[in-house]
Ligand binder design. Structure first.
Ligand code: S3P
Ligand code: PEP
Length: 422
């Protein structure tokens, strides 16, 4: 269905949706832990459900209630019946982390995904898993591919500037091997907070990760223990709500832990840098509309914020530069291209750079027909831009937010946004 967005203002209170990244890790580590773990308030979006379906296929016992998922794991195997293909749908996090796990299991696991995911890079990780002794088949370094384990441990070399998920995958699966695993980064690491999140989640389940001069060490002999996890609010999803308030009104978003290691927590300080009104009280964040001023923002460690920060920058007085995020080219869409395309079609003065964009503002936006390329963050960012545009903004796919924020349209409507699906 399409989403029609008209100029409107938002106000009120809303609870942040659960974190997608924390939910993936909670499901995967519970499946690796011998015993029963409960995941409270998980995100049940298409991406995290792809991970849940996959761990079931690998042998985890999953019991679903309305506010919790109970997972009994610790005895994973290549999927049965033989020939079962793990479909990771649109989820890069699922595919990368499950490929790591599959490389440590006895047997062959086949992977696929949707057209977008089957175009995203996997080769650096597949080469690393081969270096660790797993068998890999792939036509072009992307999905579909197969992994045959078990790979052993040892030294492995991988670049850190394509996706941090490759490193998270090597870390999470390392304890399944009989030997120490030493991960050597061959380039600087982008999206580093996500690796920190992985290490923190592993620690909660009893496995420690040490840093070495060029990467990480996971000593052998460690096992995951079952742990109950309460999933906190998602800062990446809340960023769309924050921007809508900074541009049109005032809202309070609850359920956002100020101590959470999510990298996209930086959105709060970015909003302050642009001049938005920000008040933090415990787990509540209130954002108020204000005249925005241009800023230079390094998004190397928070790439998911790029589309919505570009929308903010289009309304900020002066020239803003978003940079450090060349790896945006490898997301659900080439997000530098898709962001510049929709904002330019609405009248923004924006141009691509190799690792981001340059935006002159403020621009008066007009409604346009927006192509999301099926990318949830393009859909949500364009929706927010539509709130301040003259005329209607017609977004080609209202459903793609289901991967990370299934209730996005409903929440925005409840806050007063003029959005309707047709
Ligand atoms: O590990 C994770 O949960 C994620 C890592 C990031 O990807 P990259 O490391 O590829 O930037 C981010 O874009 C994605 O939404 C979630
Ligand atoms: C890129 C994203 O996720 P994934 O890599 O898991 O598809 C995202 O949520 O923006």
């Amino acid at each position: 269905m399409k989403l029609i967005v008209s100029r409107s203002q938002i106000s009120g209170c809303v609870h942040a949706p659960p974190s997608k990244s924390h939910t993936h890790r909670a499901f995967l580590l519970a499946a690796l832990a011998k015993g029963e773990s409960v995941v409270f308030s998980p995100l049940l979006g298409e991406d995290t459900l792809a991970t849940l379906d996959a761990v079931k296929a690998l042998g985890a016992h999953v019991c679903e209630a309305n506010d919790r998922i109970t997972i009994r794991g610790g005895d994973l195997h290549a999927p049965l019946p033989k020939g079962t293909v793990i479909n990771c749908k649109n989820s890069g996090t699922s595919m990368r982390m499950l490929a790591g796990i599959a490389s440590r299991l006895d047997g062959t696991t086949a992977f696929t995904g949707d057209a977008s995911l089957c175009s995203r890079p996997m080769k650096p990780l597949l080469d690393a898993l081969s270096e660790l002794g797993a068998g890999v088949t792939s036509k072009n370094g992307c999905a579909p591919f197969t992994i045959t384990g078990p790979g052993s441990g040892g030294d492995v070399h991988i670049r850190g500037d394509v996706s941090s998920q490759f490193i998270s995958a090597l870390l999470i699966s390392a304890p399944l091997g009989k030997a120490d695993t030493r991960i050597h980064l061959t380039t600087p690491l982008t999206s580093e907070p996500y690796v920190d999140m992985t290490i923190s989640a592993m620690k909660k389940h009893g496995v420690s990760v040490e840093t070495i001069d060029d990467g990480y060490l996971v000593r052998s002999g460690q096992v995951y223990s079952p742990v109950d996890v309460q999933v906190g609010g998602d800062y990446s999803s809340a960023a769309f709500l924050f921007a809508a308030a900074a541009l049109t009104g005032e809202i309070t978003v609850s359920g956002l832990d100020p101590a959470d290691p999510q990298g996209d927590k930086v959105v709060i300080s970015i909003l302050e840098t642009f001049g938005a009104g920000v008040v933090r009280e415990g787990e509540n964040v209130t954002i108020k509309k204000a005249d925005l001023k241009a800023a230079d923002i390094d998004l190397a460690d928070a790439p998911d914020l790029f589309p919505i920060i570009a929308v903010l920058a289009s309304q900020a007085k002066g020239t803003s530069r978003l940079y450090g995020a060349a790896h945006l080219r490898f997301k659900e869409s080439d997000r530098i291209m898709s962001t510049v395309l929709f904002l330019r079609s609405m009248g923004a003065d924006i141009s691509e750079t190799g690792d981001g964009c340059i935006v002159m503002g403020p621009s008066r936006l007009s409604g346009a027909n927006v192509t999301t390329f099926g990318d949830h963050r393009i859909m949500m960012a364009a929706s927010v831009a539509g709130l301040i545009a003259a005329g209607n903004t017609i977004i080609d796919d209202s459903g793609c937010c289901a991967v990370s924020y299934p209730d996005f349209v409903r929440d925005m409507q409840r806050l007063g946004a003029d959005m309707r699906e047709e």
